[in-house]
Design a protein around this ligand. Sequence first.
Ligand code: TMP
Ligand code: ASP
Length: 236
Amino acid sequence: MEKREQLYAGKAKSIFGTDDPDHVIMLFRNDTSAFDGKRVEQLDRKGMVNNKFNAFIMTKLQEAGIPTHFVKQLSDTESLVKTMKMIPVECVVRNLAAGSLVRRLGVQEGLELNPPTFELFLKNDALGDPMVNEYHVQSFGWATAEQLARMKELTFKINAVLKDLFAAGNMLLVDFKVEFGIHKGEVILGDEFSPDGCRLWDKDTREKLDKDRFRQNLGNVVESYELVGQRLGLTF
Ligand code: TMP
Ligand code: ASP
């Protein structure tokens, strides 16, 4: 597999072409962004930690029957993934109230949500990733009704698999964001799953172990990501 020119650079990852049109290389950088890119900092080792974490989670999801773009880890900071057309919508499931839900609805952080909620956000930093509904997704042509139904089904399945996985490491999966794309006509999971895109709390102390440490200036950001991985049996 030959690495070719950079095709795209997001806030934390870059995509490179390869000699195979069906595959691209995803590079995890140390850049850490919050508040729709308004704050960006370099955190030493984060690219490596998130690449390894993502490889582990994507493999677990694939084993559970969830189709993903992940093929294999190539180096400390790079993974090979399938080429796909991204659907510009973020799918969020929340098991406990936190973040923007607390701000929007004035509920207590940590409130248990039963059943878990499902929310959609348009990927658009300039607009601050506004929340959208299922009609917006279809009316603007971001996804068809069938694709949307599949995204929702897969997002809840991911929640079921990962809630148990993190529970085994004595952690609560508070909420998470996933993104999907179309590969050969099929909806598959894209982007990444790492502590950058979810909330994880220690089950006993409710200590935050995810990107809220960066957003809220709590310190030990990458150390906490590594701790999460170690609790799942990963070594970095
Ligand atoms: P929120 O509480 O800010 O709406 O975020 C919900 C979850 O989704 C949280 O785990 C962070 C994640 N998320 C992202 O990773 N990127 C985003 O752009 C957004 C809006 C949320
Ligand atoms: N990932 C988004 C950003 O870069 C949202 C966030 O994590 O706060 O701003």
